[in-house]
Design a protein around this ligand. Structure first.
Ligand code: MLT
Length: 280
């Protein structure tokens, strides 16, 4: 498949993947680390980690379909489709295996990815995510949110989502961070927001998968995360063989934005261990 733009590594590149344009960034050399963002943000939520880690590792951040600078077609949105997009991008980049980091919806997509493409997964970092499917009530909430997006647009979604994503203390004291998150949400198209809500509502229960995950796994959760609370992280840590769990003080759902240095350090040390084991 041809690339639309083959910009130098580190800058935005767009690729034709499964019939749509997918935007991504590819920076650094070494063990590839692929970062998948939360809903309804974009790949720039990983900017601090990209900066901190790209001197040691090859950092790939992707705008998942329906987000950021990737296309937001009217269909098709399933988490399996997003996993297929990631897989096809890795084919284009000639990356056989990588460490994958997924936060929240990014984590849901990693479960779908692992089901289909486990051989590509050298290690997993599951941040502020959960393995359970939606309840009937949660599915209904997604439908209501899709209606709000359709009627009132992305800024109404930002109003609803920001208090779910960031801790009250950060909302009070770090207006620049709040504005950064708001701009990411408002930069999305309604088709992408509604399509991804439907995809998350329809996702499979991944709890039965957990005991079959055989790669090294790190779980991260903000201690104040209410969307995917520490109890969800403990469930994953209890079921995935030999998984490690880190609970991050002073962070809610977007732990990598509220405690960027701590998260970069955890990813760096996990990735260094993986790279060392691969050499020995
Ligand atoms: C996310 O951060 O990706 C979303 O909050 C996930 C969800 O709504 O389940």
């Amino acid at each position: 498949m041809p690339m639309l733009r083959t910009a130098a590594r580190g800058r935005l590149v767009q690729a034709q993947i499964n019939g749509i344009t997918i935007a991504y960034s590819d920076q650094g050399t070494g063990l590839p680390i692929v970062f998948l963002h939360a809903f309804p943000l974009n790949r720039t939520m990983w900017a601090t980690q990209e900066k901190a880690l790209s001197s040691q590792f090859r950092i790939i951040t992707i705008d998942l379909r329906g987000h950021g600078e990737s296309d937001a077609p009217l269909w098709l949105y399933t988490l399996e489709q997003s996993a297929d997009d990631v897989n096809a991008l890795l084919d284009q980049l000639a990356i056989q295996q990588a460490l994958f980091v997924g936060l929240s919806m990014g984590g849901y997509i990693l479960f779908a990815f692992y089901r289909k493409y486990a051989a590509r997964v050298k290690g997993l970092i599951l941040a502020d995510t959960r393995a359970q499917a939606d309840t009937a009530e949660e599915k209904d909430g997604r439908f209501q949110m899709a209606q709000t997006a359709y009627k009132k647009g992305p800024s109404a979604i930002a109003d609803i989502m920001i208090p779910k994503l960031i801790s009250p203390a950060t909302i009070q004291t770090k207006q620049d961070l709040v504005q950064q998150v708001r701009a990411m949400i408002e930069g999305n198209q309604i088709s992408g927001i509604t399509g991804n809500l439907m995809a998350m509502a329809e996702r499979s229960d991944s709890v039965p998968l957990l005991s079959q995950i055989t790669c090294p796994t790190q779980i991260i959760v903000g201690e104040l995360d209410q969307a995917t609370p520490p109890s969800d992280a403990k469930l994953m840590a209890g079921e995935i063989p030999n998984a490690h769990l880190a609970i991050i003080p002073g962070a809610a759902h977007l732990a990598n934005l509220e405690q960027p240095t701590t998260i970069s350090q955890i990813v760096s040390s996990f990735a260094s261990d993986l790279a060392r084991k691969a050499k020995s």
